[in-house]
Ligand binder design. Structure first.
Ligand code: BTN
Length: 346
């Protein structure tokens, strides 16, 4: 998805844009060219501005921490981005309708999910995002701690106000998994797949975890918080010894650094897209894509339930998000919550 709107603008219109928006547009053009140079005259033509105006914008971006190489014959190339995750760093990369219209960035929080709930209770709008550099009490599914080193990971939560009944909340969890998996693939992890319900992994190693929490009155959703933890710049030695062969990162999968602000922007764009599709068309397209991206379907699985253990073959995702498991007695069991371990491929 293109991060930025086309200016379709003459010089006069471009001149009326805010500096941030102009910077964002130039940045978008540099990003579109990936690692290639884009010539100054092409940039000037597209923006319909004189060279002096382009140079102003490039200087402004450099002052904000973007590394822009200039080569006499070839033009300009984006060689680095600022390391931070504030709204100022994410917003210019972002082309969403609703998710990330407001981004609140904190150096430290107990948990971004807690802060997102607090803001939601105070009236935060659908799509408001909370990002923290460090979480002191980050939590995962089933009460487990979520630990992530600052500067190398992404911890964010999104406030959602979906217009569905509370009983359909699992659909949001699965839509978020599809979005994170698609974003991970786009960001350089092409083997990313979804382990039911919403772990995103590459070759059995966890890349991202999602914690969806619901506040409802009866069947009326007050709000949902989707919390996403993504391993971004970690190297194998950054993981604790017991996770060494169970976890991975974008850095490891791609073989090179992925700027965190870019990863955040792509995550939020994918969420925007899939949640909007879910809102309009319901669960069917989400379910179809989840099935395609699943690493669980078609495997023998062992599922830790509360209480108990279930073993069988994961055969499908039901139309309410349950995992359908065929047990050795040929019964089809619906699992709504549990911890899956993958065994052999069927
Ligand atoms: C899991 O795989 O168990 C889910 C992990 C979810 C972690 C994220 S990090 C951002 C948000 N804040 C939290 O406290 N947890 C989620």
């Amino acid at each position: 998805m293109s991060p930025l709107v086309s200016p379709a603008a003459g010089e006069a219109e471009f001149a009326h844009w805010t500096d941030d928006r102009q910077d964002g547009f130039v940045l978008g053009m540099l990003l579109e060219c990936d690692d290639d140079f884009v010539s100054g005259s092409v940039l000037c033509d597209k923006l319909d501005v004189p060279r002096a105006e382009l140079l102003k914008r490039l200087d402004s971006l450099r002052a904000r921490g973007y590394v822009i190489q200039a080569s006499g014959g070839r033009g300009y190339r984006l060689a680095g981005m600022p390391a931070g995750l504030s709204e100022r760093e994410i917003a210019p990369l972002l082309g969403t309708a609703e998710i990330g219209r407001t981004i609140r960035h904190y150096a430290e929080l107990a948990s971004t999910n807690d802060e997102a709930h607090r803001l939601a209770e105070l009236g935060a709008r659908h799509g408001e995002v909370v990002v923290a550099e460090l979480q002191t009490q980050g939590r995962g599914r089933r009460g487990r701690p979520w630990l992530a080193p600052p500067g190398k990971s992404i911890a964010l939560s999104v406030v959602l106000r979906p217009s569905i009944a509370a009983a359909r909340a699992p659909e949001i969890t699965l839509a978020a998994a599809v979005a994170v998996c698609e974003a991970a693939r786009e960001l350089g992890a092409p083997t990313a797949r979804i382990k039911w319900p919403n772990d995103v992994e590459c070759g059995g190693r966890k890349l991202s975890g999602i914690l969806t929490e619901l506040r409802a009155e009866g069947d009326r959703i007050r709000h949902v918080v989707v919390g996403i933890g993504l391993n971004c710049g970690l190297l194998p030695e950054d993981f604790p010894e017991d996770l060494f062969d169970q976890a991975t990162s974008l850095r490891i999968e791609k073989g090179e650094e992925v700027p965190r602000a870019l990863a955040c922007a792509r995550l939020l764009e994918a969420l925007d897209e899939w949640l909007a599709l879910h809102e309009v068309e319901g669960f069917a397209p989400v379910r179809d894509r989840w099935r395609q991206l699943s690493s669980t379907l078609g495997r023998r699985v062992r599922i830790t339930l509360e209480p108990g253990l279930l073993e069988g073959d994961a055969v499908d995702l039901a139309d309410d998000g349950a995992l359908l498991v065929r047990t050795p007695d040929e019964a089809l069991t619906r699992v709504m919550a549990g911890d899956v371990t993958h065994c052999k491929v069927l």
